[in-house]
Design a protein around this ligand. Structure first.
Ligand code: ADP
Length: 475
């Protein structure tokens, strides 16, 4: 843990093990911080806030730029830590470190663009001026699936805005957070500006975050259930909240699209991070005309994917995070098959070649998925492409919107008018159009409905950490 500029190692009875999901081995032990250490970190952040907010945007930007450079310099080492505790292939881990660093440079730049405004008054003797100021101490909770980019996507804008922060990373991936904080330490953030509390049980730390009056803002990425619980508790204490939660992305391939191109795109985005992404396509709607060609290309590519440790050459599919994740995927696939879906490839746990010790499930393609199946409604967070064929008479927009989630959606089409109508009608915050990567530090990321509150990245991302103050001058 890193509190007020000091590293705390924890004792033997106050630490917990971090496991490698590819083989179940113990990688390290990290301190098990509870409510008391969270409080100490919040106190440190509160004490550091007055001096930090008084720095100029240029000073804050310079430190963020230094952190950006250090993160890139240490990219390989951080990526190795990530692959070891999270499982993703080393190349993907490297890509994520670069993506994480993007948020540091983007918000270093945005820090200098926190403009206010002047507003004409109806009174001749009055002037209005609007200021945007940091909200104060920010508490951040991040998930294990993107162990570094979810940290910088929150801390980058918070620090740029002039806030001080306390982070609690996911219990499965604290080591990447430790590496990130070494970067912050070496970049020169003053003591207490950035604080890290690791914990085996997130609940007491979460409760401290939502109850402690010194925390002015909670930013959370994780499951919808936990996000709703925390947002509810935070509401009771009138704290600002941003939540980036689950998703159930439709991936729509219209009849005029090139089904082969769409299948290649789906294979890349669906199996990224072994399907453990909130923007991962969960319902693949393919027009009947292109369905056979689509499935042939998709199945051919998926069957060739190689599962294993992310350190092995050629591995494109890593383990799931834990046994519970494998059991959930297995249950959804079994349920779909029992209700009539066809397994075109995969459809089982992976064993043999040492995979038994890890949490591996075969990349899977299901055809004939229907709305009564669990996979049609529940987020999968695993390597399963669930395909639904649709016809001209079907209301594809209503089908795509038939979910309580609203994070990402994808459209494949060459027809501009149909695409535009679909785009405007979709109740999702992020839409990829013939594109599988609609995320960037420069673009707003976030969801509607049960997928969350607020946006991260882009100029909107820093606004989440700013209060508005108006001044009325009598002159
Ligand atoms: P996932 O299903 O992706 O693991 P979670 O919502 O359980 O989603 O976890 C996301 C983050 O939320 C993690 O950092 C986890 O430790 C944290 N978390 C889980 N439960 C709680 C809780 N009761 N209070 C605070 N944080 C929590």
């Amino acid at each position: 843990m890193y509190i007020n500029g000091d590293w705390e190692r924890g004792s033997a009875d106050a630490s917990f093990a971090v496991l490698n999901p590819a083989d179940g081995s113990v990688i390290a032990h990290v301190p098990d911080g509870g409510a008391e250490r969270a409080r100490a970190a919040i106190d440190a952040a509160a004490d550091a806030f007055p001096a930090w907010r008084a720095t100029t945007a240029y000073e804050r930007a310079a430190i963020l730029m230094k952190a950006h450079a250090l993160m890139l310099e240490r990219r390989e080492k951080i990526a190795r830590t990530m692959t070891e505790e999270q499982g993703k292939p080393l190349r993907a881990a490297n890509t994520e470190v670069r993506y994480a660093a993007d948020f540091l440079v983007w918000f270093a730049e945005e820090a200098k663009r926190v403009y206010g405004e002047t507003i004409p008054s109806a009174r001749p003797d009055q002037r209005f001026m609007v200021l945007h100021q940091p909200v104060g101490v920010v508490a951040a909770i991040t998930p294990w699936n993107y162990p570094i980019s979810m940290i910088t996507r929150k801390l980058g804008p918070a620090l740029a805005a002039g806030c001080t922060v306390v982070l609690k990373p996911a219990e499965a991936t604290p080591l990447t957070a430790v590496e990130t904080f070494r970067v912050f330490e070496d970049a020169g953030f003053p003591n207490g500006v950035v604080n890290l509390v690791t914990a085996r049980d997130p609940a007491p730390v979460g409760e401290e975050f939502v109850a402690n009056p010194k925390v002015r803002k909670l930013t959370f990425t994780g499951s919808t259930a936990v996000g709703k619980m925390l947002a509810g508790r935070a509401a009771g204490n009138m704290k600002r909240v941003s939540c980036e939660l689950g998703g159930h992305a439709p991936f729509i391939v219209l009849g005029d699209a090139d089904p082969v191109h769409a299948a290649k795109g789906l294979q890349l985005v669906k199996f990224l991070n072994t399907g453990q992404a909130c923007i991962s396509p969960n319902r693949v709607y393919v027009h009947r005309d292109g369905a056979d060609a689509f499935l042939e290309t998709l199945t051919g590519r998926v069957a060739k994917m190689k599962a294993g440790s992310g350190f092995e050459d050629g591995v494109t599919i890593g383990p799931l995070v834990d046994e519970a994740a494998v059991a959930k995927v297995e249950a959804q696939v079994d349920d779909a098959v029992a209700k009539g879906a066809t397994v075109l490839c995969g459809g089982k746990r992976l064993t043999g070649n040492g995979l038994d010790k890890g949490n591996f499930y075969a990349p899977t393609v299901l055809d004939g998925v229907t709305p009564d199946m669990r996979i049609y409604r529940e987020e999968t967070f695993g390597p399963v492409a669930a395909v639904v064929r649709f016809d001209d008479g079907d209301d594809i927009l209503a089908m795509a919107n038939d979910t309580h989630y609203g994070l990402a959606a994808y459209i494949y089409s060459q027809n501009l008018a149909r695409t535009m109508r679909l785009l405007e009608g979709l109740d999702f915050g992020i839409v990829g159009i013939n594109d599988i990567n609609p995320a960037s530090a420069a673009a707003p990321f976030g969801g509607m409905k049960d997928s969350g509150l607020g946006r991260e990245g882009s100029r909107e991302g820093i606004a989440e950490y700013l209060e508005t103050k108006v001044a009325g001058f009598s002159i």
